[in-house]
Ligand binder design. Structure first.
Ligand SMILES: Cc1ncc(COP(=O)(O)O)c(C=O)c1O
Length: 353
């Protein structure tokens, strides 16, 4: 049998399971907030159950009119467009640059009088063109679901916009099974239900078993992609706060993240197209590494994370389609590599397209 590297991995230990369990009795939110303040020192911080809950709160607090437009990049996760539609707002789909982030020039071209806000996604940990996008004059929302400490002009992303949020599900750089951190420059109104998070505790234990390398190769890899896809299709807003168990787990995972970073692109990838701008202004913090390589061959050694299809390929959003030539070009050849494992020993020449 061919053993492959798992798609996702997190530094969960038995100690984390105990902390999450302890979270049912002890309130870990002051400790978690202390950790998060290291990333976002000056803002109001709220703990919600999911990224979509955070975005929903942001959109509600904007008090927009039905039919107002929210600009989003063409390659954003489906949940974002669903949350916009749930709020009776209209998505305006913008093309991406080779950095896989929203193209400011296409935003200027497509923006109308009805466009009120723009959601900038730091895709896969790449850093978007924040200054250029700010020039649009729109309300800026940073979607940091796929990055934790990428930097723009030496400042951690999530600190630039009026609002920002992340996600702590298992496909993200830090995971508390479920959860989201919502950051705002001003206080926000919300009414969130509290929960203990017994489901998260159960899922944490299950993830630890199913993601064990042997169990993963014998069983999990056969159904995990389909399971994640089905889960993504179930869209619901529950107005829930982060559960007590997830708050405790998020605290222990943030502390671990401070000690152990994810891997960056290995040296050997220098000769391969990496879809990322890395320079003095933009310092990505990769959740996965977006590259141009042959996925069919690579799948024999790595169970590759799957990029969600761009919105312009999803028939249910047909009425919102717009021209996005760069998205079409890039997504034909995009492969994602995991960053939880050291890939420097792989012979990359074999996988070049
Ligand atoms: C870019 C982006 N935004 C938002 C979300 C939504 O996060 P959640 O699943 O926690 O609602 C995701 C999750 O997949 C994402 O990748």
């Amino acid at each position: 049998m061919n053993f492959v590297i798992q798609k996702y991995k997190h530094p969960y230990s038995i100690g984390d399971l105990f902390i999450a369990l302890n979270g049912l009795f002890k309130d870990y939110s002051p400790l978690l907030l202390e950790e998060i303040k290291k990333y976002y020192p000056n803002d109001h911080i709220y703990l919600t159950d999911k990224g979509r809950e955070s975005l929903n709160i942001i959109l509600k607090n904007l008090n927009l009119n039905e039919g107002d437009e929210i600009a989003i990049p063409s390659n954003v996760c489906e949940v974002v467009i669903e949350t916009i539609l749930y709020n009776k707002l209209k998505p305006l789909i913008i093309d991406i640059t080779d950095n896989l982030t929203l193209d400011p020039k296409d935003l200027v071209k497509k923006k109308t009088d009805k466009t009120k806000a723009v959601i900038v996604v730091h895709h896969f940990g790449n850093v978007a063109d924040l200054d250029e996008i700010k020039k649009s004059g729109l309300i800026l929302i940073e979607d940091c679901a796929q990055t934790t400490d990428a930097k723009y002009k030496n400042q951690i992303v999530g600190n630039f916009a009026d609002y920002s949020f992340n996600s702590l599900d298992i496909t993200k750089p830090i995971s508390a099974i479920s959860g989201s951190i919502l950051i705002s420059k001003k206080p926000l109104n919300m009414n969130l239900k509290k929960s203990y998070g017994l489901k998260s505790l159960f899922e944490l234990k299950l993830f630890m078993i199913l993601n064990n390398k042997i169990v993963y190769n014998l069983i999990t890899k056969r159904f995990i992609t389909e399971l994640k896809r089905k889960e993504a299709l179930k869209f619901r807003i529950k107005n829930k706060a982060m559960s007590k168990a997830s708050i405790a787990l998020a605290y222990s995972q943030y502390k671990k993240y401070n000690n152990k970073k994810r891997y960056n692109p290995p040296e050997q990838l220098k000769n391969i197209k990496v879809y990322s701008e890395i320079n003095n202004i933009k310092k990505p913090s990769f959740n996965v590494i977006p590259v141009k390589l042959n996925p069919k061959k690579l799948k024999k050694i790595i169970d590759l994370p799957q990029p969600t299809p761009p919105l312009i390929y999803m028939p249910k959003y047909k009425q919102y389609y717009s021209e996005c030539p760069n998205t079409e070009k890039i997504y034909k050849e995009l492969t994602l590599l995991p960053t939880h494992t050291d890939l420097s020993k792989i012979k990359w020449e074999k996988y070049i397209i």
